[in-house]
Design a protein around this ligand. Structure first.
Ligand SMILES: NC(=O)C1=CN([C@@H]2O[C@H](COP(=O)(O)OP(=O)(O)OC[C@H]3O[C@@H](n4cnc5c(N)ncnc54)[C@H](O)[C@@H]3O)[C@@H](O)[C@H]2O)C=CC1
Ligand SMILES: O=C(O)[C@@H]1CCC=N1
Length: 256
């Protein structure tokens, strides 16, 4: 299977590295399309082919993934639309570009996908969403299987896509901002920054593992921590008095 990724920046580059590490596609069958020499060279170092010629790279591909900024998707799509094979799976990771947009660029007779990973593709722990349009179940399975080595994958209807993107693709930044805030609090409490970072990251990892392994509601797990009259409930109440939950909800709702 030949995979062409157009745009090898933060997300495209991370996906390519993840695909190579995932091993479901041979590095030599992956082509990165980029515009800058530095990016082309970085991609060649990963072992994939690299070119500036999007049309040529699209022509031979079984899967084409668009990973340019949203405002460049239409131009890039229209540039390659006549070149892609009829059977090629076409995916876009661009925020805000819907299936209807992709149909208008490529036509309605192609297997089209919206794909939304997050930057944890770099460590094989992405939360990736896939929405298919005009694709057979087998084609959808093929697209999903490409991303499975990069983390967890969920197929979702398009109406859930933007909410999922806010929770996971933007959400990884929100989780990291929590880490930064916690580190700053830890430093006030006398913990050195690097140590605070390790402590907070491991604590988040532990919290995430509890939820993923048990499926328990977070509040059930919080109850196990909050000793009546103890110190955790004082901390939680002080955080809520300062708008913690409200700030998270408003931030997610603003992510569109
Ligand atoms: N950064 C993230 O966490 C996520 C980004 N996305 C989506 O991924 C897409 C790319 O975002 P980033 O990687 O963050 O941006 P970026 O700016 O890091 O990468 C885009 C790359 O595309 C290249 N490019 C521009 N025009 C090109 C062309 N005609 N041919 C080939 N390459 C071209 C740029 O030089 C750049 O390297 C966006 O549409 C964004 O919505 C989706 C999920 C998460
Ligand atoms: O901030 C953005 O627009 C992109 C899409 C999801 C994560 N980063």
């Amino acid at each position: 299977m030949k995979v062409t990724v157009i745009g090898a920046g933060n997300m495209g580059g991370a996906m390519i590295r993840g695909l190579v590490a995932g091993g479901r596609v041979a590095a030599g069958d992956i082509t990165a399309v980029a515009v800058h020499d530095k990016t082309l060279n970085a991609m060649r170092e990963v072992g994939v082919q690299a070119t500036t010629d999007a049309v040529a790279a699209a022509k031979t591909a079984d899967v084409v993934l668009l990973a340019v900024k949203p405002w460049l998707v239409e131009g890039t799509a229209r540039q390659i639309a006549g070149a892609v094979k009829d059977s090629a799976l076409i995916g876009s990771v661009a925020a805000g570009i819907g299936l209807a947009d992709l149909v208008s660029y490529f036509g309605g007779d192609k297997p089209l996908f919206r794909i939304m990973p997050n930057t944890a593709v770099t460590v094989g722990e992405s939360m990736t969403f896939v929405t298919a349009g005009g694709a057979t179940p087998e084609q959808t399975r093929t697209m999903i299987s490409l991303f499975e080595p990069l983390g967890k994958v969920m197929e979702v209807p398009e109406k859930q896509f933007d909410g999922c993107m806010a929770l996971a693709s933007c959400g990884i930044a929100y989780a990291l901002r929590y880490v930064r805030a916690a580190m700053e609090g830890g430093i006030e409490l006398g913990i050195p920054p690097q140590m605070a970072q390790t402590v907070v990251a491991q604590t988040l990892k532990g919290a995430a593992e509890i939820l993923l392994r048990t499926g328990n509601h977070p509040e059930a797990e919080i109850d196990k921590v909050t000793t009546p009259g103890g110190i955790t409930i004082k901390g939680l109440n002080a955080m809520e008095a300062n708008g913690f939950t409200r700030a998270v909800i408003e931030g997610l709702k603003a992510s569109k």
